[in-house]
Design a protein around this ligand. Structure first.
Ligand SMILES: C[S@@+](CC[C@H](N)C(=O)[O-])C[C@H]1O[C@@H](n2cnc3c(N)ncnc32)[C@H](O)[C@@H]1O
Length: 215
């Protein structure tokens, strides 16, 4: 049985480092991910739940005037997230909770989004079960995530070698998760996933998937 972890340990130095890192690197990451995000985050409804919003990378995909329920347990991200939502004109409902346990009612949400979060949560299967629980019939979960490279490739080797310093630096992030398999096994009615490869200097991060799943 998987142990369900619903607490988040805030590290004052690494939390602040990651908030600054994603603020500084945000435009570059967006440039690399824009094509995939535009596809899966197209036509979002007026109220969206986001898991692990960070400093607000996905706010540009929400229309001004819409509502973002941001499930973000890491307080060092909150100030920048609030400021980014205000600049975008998005109403922010910020919840300091983990994605494994959002506290939202069953079947209450039309759309859930995430980017670069299932790599970091302690229990991706529990998060996917939570997404299924809170989505209404007909609702969608849209995501852009980085994943384990194909076995035997140089990228997969590098992901293995760098796993400890990478996880330490990026607060638990793993480049070794087969998230496509996890999403396919999570019991959604329909799963559309596209694997692709980026060409950034952050090689372990370059194997990615983007998808839309329906309950
Ligand atoms: C790599 S950052 C990505 C942030 C943002 N989504 C982006 O694309 O820039 C991972 C985010 O997941 C958050 N996170 C970590 N564990 C989490 C959990 N159990 N539930 C929800 N969010 C979590 C972190 O605080 C961080 O903001």
């Amino acid at each position: 049985m998987t142990e369900r972890t619903t607490t988040f340990e805030v590290h004052p130095a690494r939390g602040a480092f990651n908030a600054a890192f994603f603020t500084v690197m945000g435009p570059n990451l967006e440039w690399n991910l824009r094509r995939h995000k535009r596809r899966v985050f197209a036509d979002l409804p007026g109220s969206v739940v986001e898991l692990g919003s960070g400093v607000g990378a996905n706010l540009p995909y929400l229309a001004p005037g819409s509502t973002l329920v941001a499930v973000e347990p890491n307080p060092p991200m909150h100030r920048r997230l609030r400021a980014a939502a205000e600049r975008r004109g998005v109403r922010l409902d910020l919840r300091e909770r983990v994605a494994e346990d959002t506290g939202l009612p069953d079947a209450s949400v039309d759309a859930v989004i995430s980017s670069l979060v299932l790599c970091t949560v302690p229990d991706p299967d529990a998060v996917l079960a939570e997404v299924r629980r809170i989505l209404r019939p007909g609702g969608t979960y849209r995501f852009v995530e980085h994943v384990a490279a194909r076995p035997g490739t140089p990228t997969r080797w590098l992901q293995r070698v760098l796993r400890r310093p990478w996880a330490w630096t990026f607060e638990g992030c793993s480049c070794e998760r087969d998230l496509e398999a996890a999403v396919r096994a999570a019991g959604f009615a329909r799963v559309d996933v596209e694997p692709y490869r980026l060409h950034t200097p952050f090689v372990p991060f370059n194997s990615q998937i983007a998808g839309v799943v329906h309950v």
